[in-house]
Design a protein around this ligand. Structure first.
Ligand code: KG4
Ligand code: ZN
Length: 358
């Protein structure tokens, strides 16, 4: 296949073209496609399209799986065509197609999964099924292709709050995770209790940034069994109790100083708790770098505190740019570039509970 290199364009020294990948992702409520060019110097983003479903799920305050699945079916063709058009690439010029295989909402996953198999069959294209979390890990390759390993990898989203040790870009070994809610849920549920809108993370973040002072701090949970883990469900209860004690908070809105202070306290708690285990685990495992990815990695305070921590601990920090932290097709393409294509995609199926390493 012909390399898609424009001779007029500037390329970095030592540039070697490897392959052109279409990446598809629809595991939750974002339908996304991207064209990524894999080079010897790392992945290069050629296009990224994402259709949000916020308006559909907003009135329910959370993702409604059946509605998400139906919407993905309506969106998938246009998203794929948009990514190819933006990149100026035809299907025939691709070298492979990569798609999220799981975990996620099965109805949602099936939209891009089925589309990818149809395209692979029609075009005779190599096909790669990607674990969603390997995608989030590989989002960091766009910013730090030469990252030193081993890396500590904090994956924080609306569905995951997991800390891994990664010896390379395709392996994740679990170190600790949340016992209950994901960190993103703490943001989303707080936004719901304060009637700030949906999705909650960016709105709580913006509200916290305007605060001149924090409300009373939240107490970190204590675990009787002493197991290393997180718990975020207490934060939701904590916010609920404060709103019950002071009902005007539920309707005061983002311009209110007390609401702002509450958002700031919540954000401080989530950030501090998330980063707390990292120095000790980095030393224990000889980690040389820290990757933070997933939707919550967009959070302004988490990003600034992580930068301070990394500098203090001598870790190289890789924070994908925000549009690559939330679910997207580019991260799936970047991971798919490093995995072996499956010789028989027709026998594969999406897997809502896909385990790592399978
Ligand atoms: O990775 P993602 O797009 O989807 C999942 O796999 O869950 O993450 C979505 C989550 C939501 O909970 C959203 O509120 C949160 O990421 N989020 C944020 C911010 N932007 C998105 N949380 C805190 N601060 C943000 N700026
Ligand atoms: Zn995700």
């Amino acid at each position: 296949m012909l390399p898609m290199v424009d001779p007029e364009e500037d390329r970095p020294p030592g540039y070697t073209w490897r392959m052109l990948i279409l990446g598809l992702e629809s595991s939750c409520d974002d339908c996304s496609a991207a064209v990524v060019e894999e080079t010897a110097a790392g992945p290069v983003l050629r296009s990224l399209v994402r259709e949000s479903q916020d308006e559909i799920h907003g009135p329910f305050g959370g993702v409604v799986p059946e509605l998400a699945a139906r919407e993905h079916l309506l969106q998938v063709r246009a998203v794929m065509a948009g990514a190819l058009e933006q990149a100026g690439v035809t299907l025939a010029e691709l070298d492979r197609i990569a798609v999220t295989r799981g975990p996620g909402l099965v109805g949602s996953l099936l939209a891009t999964f089925s589309a990818s198999k149809a395209v692979a069959w029609h075009e005779g294209l190599p096909w790669v099924g990607v674990h969603h979390l390997l995608g989030h890990l590989n989002a960091a390759r766009f910013t730090a292709p030469d990252l030193p390993f081993p890396a500590l990898v904090l994956l924080v989203s609306g569905g995951h709050t997991h800390l891994y040790l990664a010896p390379n870009w395709t392996t994740l070994q679990l170190l600790q995770k949340t016992r209950d809610d994901a960190a993103g849920e703490a943001f989303d549920k707080t936004a719901r209790l304060l009637n700030l809108g949906y999705p909650g993370g960016p709105l709580v973040d913006a509200c916290a940034r305007t605060a001149t002072r924090s409300a009373a701090p939240f107490t970190p949970p204590k675990f009787r069994d002493g197991k290393a883990s997180w718990s975020f469900s207490g934060l939701k209860t904590g916010v609920k109790l404060r709103v019950e004690r002071n009902p005007r908070l539920a309707t005061a809105g983002a311009a209110d100083a007390e609401v702002q202070g509450l958002c700031r306290s919540l954000q401080e708690a989530v950030t501090t708790w998330l980063l707390k285990p990292i120095p000790e685990l980095a030393r224990e495992h000889g980690a040389r770098s820290l990757i933070i990815s997933g939707g919550v990695a967009c959070n302004s305070r988490l990003r600034s505190e992580a930068a301070l921590l990394a500098a203090r601990e001598g870790l190289v920090l890789a924070l994908p740019e925000p549009r690559l932290c939330t679910d997207n097709g580019a991260m799936i393409a970047a991971a798919g570039a490093l995995l072996e294509p499956d010789p028989e995609p027709w026998h594969q199926n999406a897997d809502a509970d896909l385990k790592l390493g399978v």
